[in-house]
Write a protein that binds this ligand. Sequence first.
Ligand code: NZQ
Ligand code: ZN
Length: 386
Amino acid sequence: MNNFEFKNPTKIIFGKDSIAKLANEIPSDAKVLLLYGGGSIKQNGIYNQVKAALKDIDHLEFGGIPANPEYDILLKALKCIKEEQITYLLAVGGGSVIDGTKFLSAAAYFEGETPWDLLTNKIPTLEGMPFGTVLTLPATGSEMNSGAVITRAETQEKLAMGGAGLFPKFSVLDPQVIQSIPERQLVNGITDAFTHVLEQYITYPAGALLQDRFAESIMQTLIEVAPKIIEDPKDYNAASNFMWSCTMALNGLIQKGVPTDWAIHAMGHELTALFGIDHARTLAIIAPSHYQYNFETKKEKLAQYGERVWQITEGSLEDKAYQAIERTEAFFKSLGIHTRLSEYTEAYEGTAELISQRFYERGWMGLGEHQNLKPEDVEHIVTMAY
Ligand code: NZQ
Ligand code: ZN
């Protein structure tokens, strides 16, 4: 097992009707900006619950943060934060609203030239404006981690940022929010969380027995509850297990002491930036090709995953590893998620070369757990995913 340090300061308030408790977490003298997305919270009752909880707290609102939070829109929220002397942020939404809020938390205290530098120069945020979240869509884990991904349409870029100062102070997780989520977003959530575990697990054996079993148990739980929540989003037990699995998949725990990959996400973000494909779907496009291309260096963990998560018992280590890739792709397809780029866009020719060129220009010369995937490897993987 590798050396590690672990600190996760986010307080989780989990369970039925827990939104009412959020006011206890916000300082009474705070001036709050409530941030939300395209308006789903006004249809499903979450907005009213949040407003009721905030009744004695001084607050303003900023709505309209889109999926794949857009830099230009966030700059308008930043202006409001500065003009209104906001001191505390409250994100009510999925990964996009929470990530947008993290950007604002960092940008509010940032003294550099332009807040886009936080992304292009990978400047870590050690202290941000305090914020809490009310999660409305289990998927990203953003509610209990310190990372964010921001999109800039003008340049067709989607880049990551983060830092120890960007953990939410608290996150409210009420599994009842799942009831109003459209099936497209539910299956996205399952696929995203599942791939988060894969990115921290399908590498090479590191003797981390407990972390491996944490990872396997999250994937097994997601496989078990997926059909149940799709069939009946009101199934509270399935919803609560789904929600907690998504949080645990990317709150830092399972990645401690083990190598991590994240190349699937790096390539996937480009597909969202170029074609607007939903984040989770970009992962389902890239993952099978990524594992086939890197089969030799990943086959031990692929076989272990096949045995323990998919109960594949027959054949050699290579056979099991290969079947594990097939089972993963079949799982995504069983959720109704297409796994080829050409199923999402007719304009896929040239994509691999473009992404490889972008990585080259950014100096991303070594992706993956061995930091040895070069832009030319990326070109192969994306081509295989057409
Ligand atoms: O905008 P509203 O009206 O809120 O509607 C949203 C949006 O249209 C809707 N929705 C959310 N909760 C709902 C609901 N509709 C009905 N009922 C509810 N309870 O769902 C749509 C998608 O929301 P979004 O927040 O975009 O989805 P998700 O949570 O999948 O977030 C995706 C973003 O997170 C980033 C992705 O790249 C993408 O930008 N990620 C963030 C990560 C992190 N911070 O750790 C890690 C991930 O790998 C990922 O990169
Ligand atoms: Zn993801």
